[in-house]
Design a protein around this ligand. Structure first.
Ligand code: FO1
Length: 318
């Protein structure tokens, strides 16, 4: 692919595709935009789970079983915290803790999240650009039948059990889009915008809702390609399918198509959902059916390559 590529990503699922893209594209050809709505303050530390998942994944340091946190981790801090009757519902490994301590210290010294993310990328040897959607705080809250819950309280502490009735993104109206994102979106060499297979409601929407992100995407003229995070009516990871069901939306690829219609030029669905292809062909975007399940590194690279060539074919037919 010639030209530059932007990928919008949440945590684990999105990071898998971002890794595949990073194996094909040079550092100056790929910009990854990270959701920061999952960020929170915990035990006095600023935690940015999606940024860290992206850094650790691209550095090949992520815990392969969880997808988040570091591999070969030790848990002495959590054991000591438990013995001290501290809050242990959110697991912070000893090595991972260093990232949160460094970020929190740098924030207190007045550095922006963008600068801190750049420094962390250098520290972990990640040369592709990871940009937080904003340097201003945005906090996702899941509105549930039991009341609103901060995202990590809903996701980790309550294990996504409460019924979802909606979402709110505290600070989103005031948050300024990261200026480096605006620069990337107005680059005349931009050739594709990829929406990774992340949760559309709590990972991708906060990015799309920040500042003039949607208008900049439209104005860029670059093909926008989304990869469905729903395969065979199930989310590969996380609560996307449960949320769709509880919100009364179709829990399948057509629900994803509804969500992104008007924004995307192409949708990639898994082979499992091939039967949905005919119905989707009536939509105002192109559809590619391929394997989207990314178990191995080869799967991630193959989906990244298929996404880039699909973007190219979508662009040339516009
Ligand atoms: N996810 C969990 O399910 N349980 C945890 O205890 C947990 C700890 C954690 C610590 C650091 C970090 O960067 C991520 C962590 N995650 C944990 C993942 C995170 O909550 C979610 O994957 C994302 O917010 C959703 O994209």
């Amino acid at each position: 692919m010639t030209g530059k590529v932007i990928a919008l990503s949440g945590g684990v699922g999105g990071a898998k595709l971002a890794l595949g893209l990073s194996k094909i594209l040079a550092p100056d050809e790929l910009t990854i935009i990270a959701n920061t709505g999952d960020d929170f303050e915990h035990l006095g530390l600023h935690i940015s789970p999606d940024i860290d998942t992206l850094i650790y994944t691209l550095a090949s340091l992520a815990n392969p079983a969880q997808g988040w946190g570091l591999k070969d981790e030790s848990w002495h801090f959590m054991e000591a915290l438990k013995a001290a009757d501290g809050e242990t519902w959110f697991q912070l490994g000893d090595k991972d803790l260093v990232t949160h301590v460094l970020r929190t210290k740098a924030m207190r010294e007045g550095k922006t999240l963008t600068e801190i993310t750049y420094d962390l990328c250098l520290r972990y040897g990640v040369s592709h650009k990871i940009l937080p959607m904003s340097d201003d705080p945005v906090r996702t809250r899941v509105i549930t039948a039991e009341g609103p819950l901060d995202f990590q309280h809903y996701f980790v502490r309550e294990r996504c059990a409460p019924k979802t009735t909606g979402f709110e993104f505290t600070g989103i109206k005031e948050a300024e889009l990261n200026p480096a994102i605006e620069q990337a979106l107005t680059d005349t060499d931009l050739s594709a915008i990829i929406i990774c297979p992340s949760n559309p409601f709590v990972s991708v929407d906060p990015i799309l809702m920040t500042g003039n992100m949607r208008a900049l995407i439209k104005a860029s003229g670059a093909p926008v390609i989304a990869i469905s995070p729903i395969v065979g009516g199930q989310a590969l990871k996380g609560p996307a399918a449960k949320m769709m069901q509880e919100l009364g939306l179709p829990t399948n690829v057509s629900g994803i198509a509804d969500h992104y219609e008007g924004l995307i030029d192409g949708l990639i669905i898994d082979e499992t959902d091939r039967a949905s292809l005919q119905a989707l062909q009536a939509r105002p975007f192109k559809v590619l059916v391929t394997n989207t399940i990314m178990n191995s590194l080869e799967d991630r690279i193959a989906l990244a390559a298929a996404t880039l060539s699909f973007a190219k074919s979508v662009q040339s037919s516009v």
